[in-house]
Design a protein around this ligand. Sequence first.
Ligand code: GLU
Length: 441
Amino acid sequence: MTTTRFAPSPTGHIHIGNLRTALMNYLIARKAEGTFILRIDDTDPERSKEEYVDGIKRDLEWLGLHWDRLERQSERLDRYADAADKLRSMGRFYEAFETPTELDLKRKKQLNMGKPPVYDRAALALSEAEKDALRAERGDGVWRFKLDQERIEWNDGILGDISIDAASVSDPVLIRGDGQVLYTLASVVDDTEMGVTNVVRGSDHVTNTATQIQIIEALGGTVPAFAHHSLLTGPQGEALSKRLGTLALKDLREQGVQPAALLSLMARLGSSDPVELHGDIEDLVEGFDISRFGSAPTKFDAEDLFPLTARYLATLPLEAVASHVAAAGAPDDMAAQFWDVTRENITTLRDLEGWWSLMRDGAEPQIDDEDKEFVAEALALLPDGPFDGDTWGQWTAAVKAQTGRKGRGLFMPLRKALTGQSHGPDMSALMPLLQVVKARS
Ligand code: GLU
């Protein structure tokens, strides 16, 4: 059965780049009617925070990306210890004692000699007595996985055929000196034991994949199908890594971005399929095909989320937004009319408040100098309330008859006088909602 996972480390809020990973894995699982696992990669007790775990869940729930299973690496430490023992007994695991400074020095020397900075495996030559002496002096060493120095190959779901020379990669450290198991091992144990069949993640993990394939094979697991998506850049192609913190899903949510807009954009961005607005995630599942994604960096512009949000909101019935309409201040008996008038004139639901205050309190009129007399004359002709759907038509007909103005020259100054802006809802529909004008008339 197809099984995928989204495996965030709870060391911060998830951002648009994480969403891309989560969504691709989610869509693959749903399309195959398989299982989507949320795996919390919390092996680092210092940096992992419960508030981030809660935040990740909240973000995924908000988006409607429901997981079938929740796993936490911190609850599986004994599994990783077993795997480590197995690697030790196979002779694929060795303890090394170099300090970070020593490693750094080795790297610099290698680079100076024009060699790739690969760990030289000096620790493999240590005798037991030497190890004991080092352990006594420096404490426990780190545990490195001994790579087989051959080419590691896989057919990547996005990048195509990949071949990496294991000799160009350092033997990965899987357990730190303080005993903390590192992600590289924990992830492999989990993927194997949880039956993960497909792994989609960012292309920054390509080298990890090479080493993890060897670890999976050493542990007797089945290598999943890997796909590495390109990294996101800003609209100008600039690196986004530094700015990703400002593109947290919770911030986008607070700015009023709708899940449908985010999902519609991120499920297709960087693929050869067009971005289309889908209010229903089932439509995104249906048309999703990982092989249509390219390896080139993908340009992302958060501004694109707003027109999609606006288009999505315009399709919604009142029931879907009733609490927002009420929060904006519109009373129940006017809610339907208010929503009808505003829904095509907002970018996000946050704009509702502005529209309601305009209707309740009136707007600062915008009257161009050359229209001053005209507007005064027109306002004198404003019929008595209550206003209805015909008020605008009757009023403007009367103003036209008296002033001879017509078309834009007639309508625009009146719109600007009543709403303080040159764009907005159909005036016939808006007039009955204008409380202040009604009260004044
Ligand atoms: N916790 C890892 C990360 O956030 C997961 C990578 C993976 O998908 O294997 O980068």
